[in-house]
Write a protein that binds this ligand. Structure first.
Ligand code: PHB
Length: 395
């Protein structure tokens, strides 16, 4: 009798707890069984358009799979990181601790990436980097759960120096934003340009994301270099291109850049961008079926022309699809998941690329020139370029 009453009252408590909602979160999650994907990207500020292009590309790759990953439905969680490094850790934790995402896709800005990187290393959550090129993420601080689908900051500029010297430009000025991406892009430029016999007359910089270029452009005019090379991106890049022309430098001192300078900004920059030469792992005009099909589908879906950021977002989706398929949607099977990501070859609109041991793309770099609001390929500046992955001990 006593035992029976006890059993009854226990089950009554359980039913009570369930109906009052106390047990519901666990039940609901087990039942929904969706893969939780966190997007941490800039949706405001100078890189806002980059974040949108990455998200579009990523969603497009998943849509090609009926919106599923390894047979499972997907639920999205989003945070605007504002390209603000001081909030990087807090924002990454919103996705990892609060939303309990299975994978964190992010981000664009190298400084913010370092916040994500700390959270990824400490929590072990899978992090796919769709842009930020900060060296440490795939060099000394590389991690088994962190994979980059974009580039390291010095990869594009490692292909730039020789192209400039080949055109006869032996004395150059470098200009950029003073933060990791600009400084590391400079490393690639310095190494390739000096190795090819060029001399760097001066390094100029301004804080990110400032766009008061006037005094620096006046200094460039006074220095009279053979050419200028730079790293700028997003809204700031469009303004730099226009200001360069307005200062009377266009047509007098050729402008070169890490290819981000002319990505996603050609409508905003207008004719001021014509003739700019850049090196990059993608070009609008790549004459392959893969690229043309991608560009058409993207334009239809989003009523926008894709750029390198859209491609990187798309490739991030392709990589995650490959990984999720290999483990039939069970992303907790980390050993098999990471092995699939490490061994992946991505059939990208940029051309096929593979993952280096340090988890960064091994890829071709194209030399491009802007003509009529398009980046036209004029050659391959570096074939199968790998970042050295210095200090990384994986695999
Ligand atoms: C970066 O901060 O790593 C970064 C940002 C924008 C780019 C490229 C690199 O276009």
């Amino acid at each position: 009798m006593t035992t029976r009453r006890l059993v009854l009252s226990r089950s009554a408590t359980l039913i009570g707890a369930a109906s009052s909602g106390l047990l519901l979160p666990t039940l609901a999650r087990a039942q929904s069984n969706k893969i939780r994907v966190g997007l941490m990207l800039p949706y405001t500020g100078t890189f806002a358009q980059l974040g949108v292009a990455i998200e579009n590309g990523f969603r497009m790759a998943l849509d090609e799979q009926g919106g599923k990953l390894g047979g499972r439905e997907v639920e999205f969680f989003k945070v605007d990181d504002e390209s603000e490094p001081s909030k990087g850790i807090e924002n990454a934790n919103k996705l990892v601790q609060r939303d309990k995402v299975d994978v964190l896709i992010g981000t664009v800005h190298s400084g913010v990436q370092m916040g994500i990187h700390k959270v990824a290393r400490e929590s072990g959550v899978l992090n796919l980097i769709p842009n930020a090129g900060v060296h440490a993420a795939t060099r000394a601080l590389c991690a088994p759960n962190v994979f980059r689908t974009s580039f390291t900051n010095s990869q594009p500029t490692l292909a730039l120096g020789k192209a400039m010297v080949d055109k006869g430009h032996k004395k150059a000025v470098w200009i950029t934003w003073k933060y990791a991406a600009g400084e590391e892009a400079f490393e690639g430029f310095r190494d390739s340009y000096t190795k090819a016999g060029g001399t760097i007359m001066k390094e100029l910089s301004l804080p990110f994301p400032n766009v008061e270029f006037q005094a620096l452009l006046t200094e460039i005019a006074a220095l009279k270099p053979d050419a200028v090379a730079c790293f700028f991106a997003g809204g700031g890049a469009a303004k730099f291109i226009r200001d360069y022309a307005a200062a009377g430098l266009k047509g007098k001192i050729p402008l070169y850049g890490s290819g981000f300078l002319t990505e996603g900004v050609l409508d905003a920059a207008g004719p001021a961008a014509d003739g700019i030469l850049t090196t990059m792992h993608y070009s609008d005009s790549l004459d392959t079926k893969r690229n043309q099909a991608f560009r058409l589908a993207y334009a239809k879906s989003f009523r926008l022309q894709p750029d390198v950021y859209a491609v990187q977002g798309y490739d991030t989706g392709l990589l995650l699809v490959q990984g999720a398929n290999a483990v039939k949607g069970d992303l907790s099977n980390k050993k098999a998941l990471y092995a699939a990501l490490e061994g992946a070859t991505i059939d990208s609109p940029r051309g096929k690329w593979s993952m280096s041991k340090a988890h960064n793309p091994v890829q071709d770099m194209y030399l491009r020139v802007v003509e009529n609001r398009e980046n036209k390929v004029i050659g391959v500046a570096a074939k199968a370029l790998a970042d050295p992955g210095t200090g990384c001990r994986l695999g």
